[in-house]
Design a protein around this ligand. Structure first.
Ligand code: UDP
Length: 317
């Protein structure tokens, strides 16, 4: 298929681009390089370095049969401080992209949604029919796009899938997380292990969990790539499907730190800090729906394996 990958210079988008190329799809990456890296775009894909707001000429020229949409601002804290950026890029940008798709007669899309659309869960594991009550602007902006896709499916015959990622981690095709402002637990812990930071601050150890630290569902980026390839042809015209993507197993911050110590063989000094605003105690996915519908199954369920892949790629840079 001829596909356009919006946000293909970012962490997840670049890995999925590599997987698409391996599966012999023809890929154009659209990315304004605001947080992505041109050198992360796999050889074999063409890069159009423009924003979502300027996507119409690219779609008119490329005439893709499908779009995979990863392009977004994704920092929860920043979304609280500078909401305008999140509404403008995530919602305004996505609206421009959908209009550009309509004009280019392309109606198939896979969208990167998030567990943050659910907010504080009433129960775990979280299923797709759980209430969506985001607790931050990032989650609200992603949920707005999910709603946008439902209405474009109904009104304009779009075939859409929203994949709600839990905590994406690991590395594949030599591509890993590389954010100018790193906020995620595993890459920060690996930087501490590598001696690039002094200590890891654990955001709270008084949560109602067995060791007092927050529990998250870490899913390997390669398993995520599998899910995108399965999701791409799945929906019929006029259909919008929503799928959670997680391992279904939760690991605590303490367990992640222990895994990083074990995998790297280096000390990881820890400081216990305050809770981070808006952090639910536990976020664990039920991915039963995508398993049943598309036969997806994660291949990397072992935390040490996920951490090892991230460590190996971070060391190679
Ligand atoms: N966390 C932490 N210290 C850090 C970064 C994250 O204790 O320096 C915790 C955070 O509170 C959460 C978990 O690690 O419970 C995962 O956070 P991350 O930012 O990686 O992903 P999120 O769950 O926010 O999407």
């Amino acid at each position: 298929m001829r596909v356009l990958v919006a946000g293909g210079a970012g962490y997840i988008g670049s890995v999925v681009t590599a997987a698409l190329l391996t599966a012999r799809h023809e890929v154009t990456v659209l990315d304004d390089l605001s947080t992505g890296h041109a050198d992360a775009v796999p050889a074999g894909a063409t890069l159009a370095a423009v924003s979502l707001h300027e996507s119409a000429p690219v779609l008119a020229e490329v005439r893709p049969e499908a779009v995979l949409h990863f392009a977004a601002k994704s920092l929860v804290g920043a979304s609280q401080q500078r909401p305008h950026e999140y509404w403008e890029t995530n919602v305004g940008g996505s609206l421009a992209l959908l209009e550009a798709m309509k004009a280019a007669d392309c109606r198939r899309i896979v969208f990167s949604s998030t567990a943050a659309t659910y907010g504080e869960p009433e129960s775990v594991p979280i299923r797709e029919d759980a209430p969506t009550r985001p607790t931050n602007t990032y989650g609200a902006s992603k949920l707005a796009v999910d709603h946008m896709l439902t209405s474009y499916a109904v009104a304009h015959g779009f075939a859409a899938v929203s994949l709600r990622y839990f905590n994406v981690a690991g590395a594949a095709y030599g591509l890993g997380e590389r954010h100018a402002t790193e906020t995620h637990l595993i890459p920060i812990a690996l930087e501490v292990a590598a001696g690039k930071r002094e200590a890891l601050t654990v955001y709270g150890e008084d949560y109602p969990t067995p060791d007092g630290t927050c529990i998250r569902d870490y899913v390997h980026v390669e398993d995520l790539a599998d899910a995108h390839l399965l999701a791409l042809p799945a929906p019929a015209e006029g259909e919008h499907r929503i799928y959670n993507l997680g391992n279904g197993t939760g690991f605590s911050v303490q367990e992640v730190v222990d895994a990083v110590r074990q995998v790297t063989g280096h000390p990881v000094p820890v400081v216990v800090g305050e809770r981070r605003a808006g952090d639910p105690a536990q976020l664990v996915a039920s991915s039963d729906r995508i398993r049943a519908d598309l036969g997806w199954a994660p291949r990397h369920t072992d935390l040490a394996g996920i951490v090892r892949d991230a460590w190996t790629v971070s060391q190679a840079r």
